[in-house]
Design a protein. Structure first.
Ligand SMILES: Cc1cc2nc3c(=O)[nH]c(=O)nc-3n(C[C@H](O)[C@H](O)[C@H](O)COP(=O)(O)O)c2cc1C
Length: 229
């Protein structure tokens, strides 16, 4: 009986009740935050490390309860070259959108969050990924530009980027390559379209790593994505 009159006991009970309430509420909130995630992968070799990253990311997202779709651009034989017809449409903002572009734009509309996965080629995304950006992130769909200025139209979407490099961390940091590439993607491309780059991760020095070291990197990718989502 005495125990129930102890103010410390009541204080602890209140704290326990409060924590249960908060964590329960947080859980409910997390349930409502399950996302539609679109992975866009650009690597020609299905046996590549980039494909292994994509698989790891996909499996982790599915395991964490998110809905995931993957656009494997090489496997789809995506045509990455902006044609003359498309360029004219780009300039005039009139005319029919090609069917394959419409498909990809519908996939992006479905998504809350895009994850781009690709190797660094000449400090840029591979031409396949660059062509995807050229052809899919078009005026009207991704941004509007007129005398009043530029307005991004994909404001409700986030994007994360995972890119591998051959170069090691020392070279990258000494030359500020990561910052240059982050600006290119974050301001020059996705910022222009109104999208926030949630994460831009460089997996550095991949070419020089052993099989066992790459397995460790995949474990780190798994943990990283679980933290992101
Ligand atoms: C055409 C080409 C250009 C490359 N340019 C770069 C580069 O500019 N910087 C860099 O760090 N690595 C560069 N690399 C190395 C790749 O980024 C590296 O091999 C890749 O990220 C490793 O991932 P993977 O095993 O999945 O291919 C280049 C590779 C190729 C094929």
């Amino acid at each position: 009986m005495k125990k129930f009159q102890n103010p410390i006991f009541f204080k602890n009970l209140t704290v326990a009740f409060f924590l249960t309430f908060i964590f329960g509420f947080q859980h409910l909130f997390a349930e409502t935050k399950k996302q539609h995630v679109l992975i866009v992968l650009a690597h020609p070799n299905p046996g590549s490390f980039n494909h292994a990253i994509s698989k790891t990311v996909e499996e982790r997202l599915v395991h964490n309860g998110h809905q995931v779709r993957v656009r494997d651009l090489y496997k789809m034989e995506f045509q990455p070259v902006l044609s003359l017809e498309e360029w004219k449409r780009y300039e005039s903002q009139a005319g029919e959108t090609p069917a394959d572009v419409q498909v990809e734009q519908t996939e992006i509309q479905w998504a809350d969050h895009l994850i781009l996965i690709y190797p660094t080629w000449w400090w840029s995304p591979p031409a396949m990924m660059k062509g995807y950006l050229d052809r899919i992130f078009t005026p009207v769909f991704a941004f509007e530009a007129d005398v009043e200025g530029i307005r991004g139209k994909l404001k409700d979407k986030k994007v994360s980027i995972i890119q591998t490099t051959g170069a090691d961390e020392t070279f990258i940091k000494e030359n500020g390559m990561d910052e240059s590439v982050r600006k290119l993607m974050g301001i020059g491309i996705f910022g222009f379209c109104g999208m926030q780059v949630a994460h831009h991760e460089f997996l550095m020095g991949i070419s020089g790593k052993s099989y066992d070291e790459l397995k460790v990197v995949l474990t780190e990718v798994d943990a990283m994505v679980s933290e992101w989502f």
